[in-house]
Design a protein around this ligand. Structure first.
Ligand code: FES
Ligand code: FES
Length: 169
């Protein structure tokens, strides 16, 4: 079956088997191996990508279900050399060790901040409750997401102040 998917902003057309999982479509067909494949049973969250903005476990979604949709993977998170604040937060707050869970954590956290720019630590814990980290414990991950939220809020405030100054004669 032919599918058309916008992956990280670029349109991709492929002929796929109807049973092909989105994880395998991304990893094997498109070589986007940043999306990890862990449990294959919807438990670990390593495979999370965004489908039309919402985080989904791509081991539970068929590639054909993404036909006509947008898929964002961890490869599309940074803008050139500039890391997304969530990525920066993970680096700054030591939110990873082996990194296996990290792509899924990043994609889920990005989706959280897009719908709630100032989440409480409890809201962050709830958002990532479908993700398993085997290495770090979750304290630094929660700190990393809070760090990103605070950075984005500070940047937004600075932008608003700057635009106010521009319009004030
Ligand atoms: S590989 Fe998809 S949830 Fe574990
Ligand atoms: S950093 Fe190793 S599984 Fe999370």
């Amino acid at each position: 079956m032919e599918i058309t998917v916008r992956v990280n902003g670029e349109q991709v057309v492929r002929d796929v088997e109807p049973r092909l999982l989105l994880t395998h479509f991304l990893r094997d067909e498109l070589r986007l191996t940043g999306t990890h494949w862990g449990c294959d049973t919807t438990n670990c969250g390593a495979c999370v990508v965004r489908l039309d903005g919402s985080p989904v476990k791509s081991c539970t979604v068929l590639a054909v279900m993404a036909d006509g949709a947008s898929v964002d993977t961890v490869e599309g998170l940074a803008h050139g050399a500039e890391l997304d604040p969530v990525q920066e937060g993970f680096v700054t707050c030591h939110g990873l060790q082996c990194g296996f869970c990290t792509p899924g954590m990043l994609m889920t956290s990005r989706a959280l901040l897009d719908r709630d720019p100032d989440p409480s630590p409890q809201a962050i814990r709830e958002a990532i409750s479908g993700q398993v980290c085997r290495c770090t414990g979750y304290e630094n991950i929660v700190r990393a997401v809070r760090w990103a939220a605070e950075k984005e809020t500070a940047e937004e405030t600075a932008e608003k102040e700057a635009s106010k100054e521009e319009v004030t004669p």
